[in-house]
Design a protein around this ligand. Sequence first.
Ligand SMILES: C[S@@+](CC[C@H](N)C(=O)[O-])C[C@H]1O[C@@H](n2cnc3c(N)ncnc32)[C@H](O)[C@@H]1O
Length: 202
Amino acid sequence: MIQNIGEIANRFASNHSVIYDLGCATGISTLSIARAVTAQHCRVIGIDNSSAMLEQCNRFVKAYQHSTPIELIEADILNFQLAPCSVVVMNFTLQFLPPDSRETILQRIHEALLPGGVLILSEKVKGERTDHDELLIHLHHNFKRDNGYSDLEISQKRTALENVMLLDTQSQHFARFDAAGFDSYTEWYRCFNFSSMLAFKA
Ligand SMILES: C[S@@+](CC[C@H](N)C(=O)[O-])C[C@H]1O[C@@H](n2cnc3c(N)ncnc32)[C@H](O)[C@@H]1O
């Protein structure tokens, strides 16, 4: 997913434009974008409200080569004034924002995007049906177990995120894209209950 976010950003980045990575955390997606984009005179701006995340991000940015410059800003996405931009990435960040703020932030992203721009939105999604949701969670937990996580670690993470990460279904995301003014949208990646979507501004 991370590698393809860079590829998709490269496809939509226009010369002299800004590319935002909102909730950039340690900069994994930020670096993927900055390494992949070939458009001229672009800037990738990573924003996060955690100084600890940005410190680590800064170390990675210094350690890895990238052709497009990266700027890091410590700010709350909810209060940040976006400049005109060709690409906005939100990789597992919207799910941590208060549900009643999500439509407004998408509207502001849509407003800031240049014509032909794209929002790349990755989210853990809630299943439309409880039985499907439970199956996908079960498959994801099995995947974690196969990759060395203990049952205790799996249940602790689940409990830690329970009231913090309030998930939407795929159809809620699509309805929000419509409400925010996007012209079209599609899912481009899915694994268990992890989805990545593209929303286009014509
Ligand atoms: C799951 S992480 C994102 C992972 C990252 N995008 C990646 O691809 O590796 C979510 C990030 O969103 C940040 N975040 C949450 N709410 C925020 C807000 N209101 N403003 C800015 N950053 C926020 C958190 O600090 C955290 O670093």
